[in-house]
Design a protein around this ligand. Structure first.
Ligand code: N01
Length: 537
């Protein structure tokens, strides 16, 4: 075993300086553990460090999109209900100062390899730059979007590299796109936010769409004075009772779509719609995501609202088709702010890549089966090898040299969406088989981070060396994940939730769809039941 400098021998190495990693650094250190937080970025904020493209903003509203620590929220005041990415980075700077995180954080460290040694019950963790850490616990908070995805189009290297960008690598020196011919490929949350912004400055703006996004209106609010905060403790406590880890207003209605008359239903939909957040998706009739007919009702309401905003009937049909293209809410819904109106502008075109597929990238732009489009700048908002990509990208070798990429080749296997058998003393957050992308980020970070800390304390008290997910518990958790997925309409739809966006990726539901309350209950039962499902040595 390679010798390691004393300062890099740790109780825990935490990877990833977003909500998950920052929470763990603070709380593990407070509990007396020797820990270090590392990140490839140059500063805190995780996904918000990288996502600085024009219009980037969170679509989970504050106050819940922040840590629940009153020492923080008492002092911090947001300027908007849905803060932009710069404000989110400012928030992380504030947290880092307040929690005194910098002395235990190293930036520009890319973790490329981790090897478990059973004899010493430690992980040896290596960075691309040759740094070596040794830690009892290896805690991965790499997030769900750590591995970017760009399709392998013919000729992709022909277009000038300086004018072709994946939005999560947005140049720090802002490109001036005023008066330029600009393309955005992709209509996920990123593509929609970019389209709203870039269509206002470009001389010619073209959006390439493969699947319509059933986007909902975002009701942005500018806060001119600090919000009243006395209800915050209750609001934060209530997070674990809502399906998506939001507040009490985000509970599914206690009745099905057809329990109401059409007139009542219209009123309910209007009420949810007017909230300007995810309530039309995650606080609607309890059968919307589970029953086809109910789902269709929601789609029809959405379609009516959206089509009314687009002038050209051809574009109405591409953006909000008459025939429902997939189950409403089973692909990530975005919040938009004037997105549909951009298609009424003379400088904006929409290319339906199903009708006219992209054939190749050229020196000048993008060639479809219809024509060659010429651009000065192309933004490739084609997403991520979501949820598992970031973890499987690291050469992680567990018991007997088994590689995680090998173990998960035909599908992710976890216990509680946080640990995997054969990889002792390793935990991950916001990963596969947890509520992850269907849960408010900070809610997940705190629930999972405090569970990990409890396991570590349990081991410390009993002088244990090793904790590992058991095979039986792992298999049962996988069954549970599949059971919930199959109760819903999610598997009926192609999406990154199901691994569909990456060629060759196994098709499986990567998200635990039992909702945050059930997930939280499982964590509680596990910790209160002496960590059933884990084996200790
Ligand atoms: O990525 P995506 P994203 N040819 O995978 C299209 C979070 N987020 O970066 O739908 C043509 O959603 C692809 O088409 P299709 C949020 O959780 C949050 O936008 O697969 N098109 C799709 O339209 C989000 O869900 C915030 O048919 C191709 C797009 O590219 C997640 O990050 C902001 C293609 C990719 O969309 C990822 O969002 C931003 C091809 N070959 C992101 N391949 C907020 O909080 C892919 N596409 C607001």
């Amino acid at each position: 075993m390679a010798s390691v400098p004393k300062e890099t021998v740790l109780d825990a190495l935490i990877v990833g300086a977003g909500f998950g990693g920052v929470y763990q650094l603070k709380h593990l250190r407070d509990a007396g553990y020797k820990v270090k937080l590392v990140d490839f970025a140059s500063d805190y904020a995780g996904v918000w460090y990288w996502n600085r493209y024009p219009g980037a903003r969170v679509d989970s509203a504050v106050p819940l999109y922040q840590f629940s620590d009153p020492d923080l929220w008492n002092e911090w005041n947001w300027s908007q209900r849905f803060p932009g990415s710069q404000e989110l980075r400012d928030y992380f700077t504030f947290v880092a100062d307040k929690w005194d995180l910098r002395k235990d954080t190293e930036f520009k460290v890319y973790i490329s390899k981790a090897t478990w040694d059973d004899e010493t019950a430690t992980w040896t963790i290596e960075s691309g730059g040759g740094k070596i850490y040794r830690a009892k616990y290896f805690l991965l908070n790499t997030g769900f979007a750590a591995k970017r995805y760009t399709p392998d189009w013919k000729g992709i290297d022909k277009f000038p590299a300086s004018a072709w960008v994946h939005p999560s690598y947005w140049p720090k020196e802002e490109p001036d796109l005023t008066g330029k011919r600009v393309a955005v490929i992709g209509t996920g949350s990123t593509g929609i936010q970019l389209a709203q912004e870039l269509s206002q400055v470009a001389s010619q703006f073209v959006l390439f769409q493969r699947t319509p996004n059933m986007a909902l209106p975002m009701k942005q609010v500018n806060y001119t004075k600090p919000l009243t905060k006395e209800k915050y403790p209750k609001v934060f406590d209530g997070r674990y009772e809502s399906f998506g880890g939001f507040d009490f207003s985000f509970l599914f209605l206690p009745r099905g779509t057809f329990d109401d008359t059409p007139a009542e239903r219209e009123m309910v939909y209007e009420g949810l719609w007017s909230q300007g957040d995810f309530q039309f998706w995650l606080a609607t009739y309890s059968d919307t995501l589970f029953q086809e007919a109910a789902n269709k009702e929601a789609y029809n309401f959405w379609k009516k609202k959206v089509r009314a905003r687009i002038h050209d009937p051809r574009l109405q049909e591409i953006l909000a088709p008459e025939t429902q293209p997939y189950s409403f809410g089973c692909k990530r819904i975005s919040l938009e702010n004037g997105f549909y109106e951009i298609f009424n502008q003379p400088n904006v075109s929409l290319v339906d890549v199903n009708a006219t597929p992209i054939v190749e990238v050229t020196e000048r732009g993008i060639k479809t089966t219809e024509k060659e489009w010429e651009f000065d700048y192309v933004v490739c908002a084609t997403g991520f090898d979501a949820i598992t990509g970031g973890l499987m990208n690291i050469n992680i070798q567990g018991q007997g040299g088994q590689k995680i990429a090998e173990k998960w080749k035909s599908g992710a296997k976890t216990y509680l969406g946080m640990a995997t058998a054969g990889f002792p003393n390793m935990f991950f957050t916001y990963g596969p088989q947890a509520p992850t992308a269907l849960c408010n980020g900070p809610t997940c970070a705190e629930a999972q981070g405090s569970f990990i800390l409890k396991v570590m304390d349990h081991m410390k008290e009993r002088k244990l060396q090793k904790v590992e997910a058991g095979n039986t518990a792992e298999a049962a958790w996988g069954d549970d994940v599949r059971k919930f997925a199959n109760m819903s309409l999610l598997p009926s739809t192609k999406s990154w939730y199901m691994g569909d966006n990456i060629p060759g990726k196994p098709r499986e539901c990567l998200i635990y769809l039992g909702g945050v309350p059930n997930y939280y209950k499982s964590l509680k039962e596990c910790s209160e039941g002496d960590y059933t499902g884990f084996t200790f040595t």
